[in-house]
Design a protein around this ligand. Structure first.
Ligand SMILES: NC(=O)C1=CN([C@@H]2O[C@H](COP(=O)(O)OP(=O)(O)OC[C@H]3O[C@@H](n4cnc5c(N)ncnc54)[C@H](OP(=O)(O)O)[C@@H]3O)[C@@H](O)[C@H]2O)C=CC1
Ligand SMILES: N[C@@H](CC=O)C(=O)O
Ligand code: NA
Length: 367
């Protein structure tokens, strides 16, 4: 018996998107060795100005995909045209959104209501308005389409799945706290290390961008909003009706004088002028024998969420993190005073794509 075909469409082919496409190629090969597994056919790949697809729904070859996409002479499809194309496909479709686009995120209810499943590391849909959150899950429930977003918090670390398991098995989550940003972790671990003097703030920001840890515009990390988005998602999963990532206190590390700068490039060029501001923050913590770190917390009982800088003893597990590591502690009724702790790389193309690919595997098992 021929195996069932499932179509995959990928929007976004940047750091995470490219790593995902490479993992998809491996997954597709592994599944093809087993006659009872579905056959995966990649039918569309798009970037902001390019779309590669076969109007006849023929599988695109993985070989030289990035070059084929760059050289594609297809007229780029609008989001509406992509959704129409996928909804008319003669098999089930999974849309993989590897962008950070709000427009793509806003389309999820429409995508799901047309029976197209979604997997994504994009935080914008799940941390947008509470109405969007409700629309996403009600559209999925009525059409039967699936929606998974593990990499929207802690990249590939099993943060969302763990929280869902805690809640769905009847545990009571009382507090969630930790370091939720790979970029902020990398910046503070290298700018204010527990030993040695550390690099210049602006130079570390540049490195974090080059390593693929930052959002497409690093100001989205430095203004605290990326962490606020993640906490909004976790708070909602823990049962709080958080209206938006700006509905609780969020500390921004954008220098006041650069708040109105237009482009990300100009911001990066001018950031070195303000290195002394962060040096002062670092020195203030050092005077107390401490280091400064960017953290977040959710107090479920008090319904309080906050994001910002705090000082830690050098021996504290948060101070001792390395590289882009996140550390996320779940305090619950069952786990008592000893939190359930998840730690590891919280940013980077490969580890983020791992969470996306693992979500895709979960969806495939349900189609
Ligand atoms: N990087 C990381 O470590 C992590 C990232 N994430 C999330 O993963 C997502 C992707 O991040 P990353 O790969 O680093 O970002 P990149 O900037 O490297 O890539 C984004 C990609 O999305 C494309 N894109 C943007 N808007 C649209 C649109 N409207 N239609 C089609 N394509 C679009 C861009 O097109 P073009 O190539 O033409 O510019 C680019 O290919 C983000 O949501 C991010 O928050 C989550 C966890 C960790
Ligand atoms: N920019 C984000 C990427 C992952 O969510 C981060 O640094 O954590
Ligand atoms: Na995760």
């Amino acid at each position: 018996m021929a195996s069932k075909e499932i179509f995959i469409a990928v929007i976004g082919a940047g750091g995470v998107g490219k790593a995902f496409l490479s993992q998809l190629e491996g997954l597709s090969k592994r599944l093809s060795a087993n006659a009872s597994s579905p056959k995966l056919s990649l039918i569309l790949v798009s970037r902001s100005t390019k779309t590669l697809y076969s109007p006849q729904y023929k599988a695109l070859p993985f070989l030289n995909l990035a070059t084929s996409l760059a050289d594609s002479t297809n007229k780029p499809l609008s989001l509406t045209e992509i959704i129409d194309f996928l909804a008319a496909a003669p098999a089930k479709v999974v849309l993989v959104d590897n962008t950070s686009s709000q427009d793509v995120a806003d389309s999820y209810p429409q995508v799901l209501s047309r029976g197209i499943s979604i997997v994504t590391p994009n935080k914008k849909a799940f941390s947008g308005s509470y109405k969007l959150w409700q629309d996403i899950f009600s559209s999925a429930a009525s059409s039967g389409a699936k929606v998974y977003h593990e990499s929207s918090v802690g990249a590939g670390l099993p943060v969302i799945s763990t929280l869902k398991d805690l809640v769905e098995t009847g545990d009571e989550v009382t507090r969630i706290e930790g370091v939720f940003s790979g970029t902020m972790s990398f910046l503070f671990n290298s700018f204010a290390p527990t030993e040695g003097s550390g690099g210049k703030w602006s130079a570390e920001v540049k490195k974090a961008k080059e390593l693929g840890y930052t959002e497409p515009d690093p100001r989205d990390d430095l203004n605290g909003l990326d962490v606020a988005r993640k906490l909004t998602i976790l708070a909602r999963l823990a049962g709080l009706q958080v209206e938006s990532p700006t509905s609780f206190p969020v500390q921004s590390l954008i220098p006041k004088a650069l708040e109105s700068v237009g482009s990300g490039e100009e911001f990066m060029q001018r950031l070195p002028e303000f290195d002394s501001e962060m040096e002062e923050t670092k020195a203030a913590a050092e005077k107390e024998g401490k280091v400064v770190r960017f953290v977040g917390s959710i107090d479920v009982a008090k319904k309080e969420v906050k994001v910002g800088l705090e000082k830690f003893d050098r021996s504290h597990p948060i101070a001792a993190l390395k590289g882009s590591d996140n550390i996320i502690s779940f305090y619950t009724k069952r786990y008592g005073a000893n939190a359930l702790i998840i730690q590891g790389a919280g940013a980077g193309g490969d580890v983020t794509a791992m969470g996306v690919t693992a979500d895709l595997i979960k969806v495939l098992g349900q189609l």
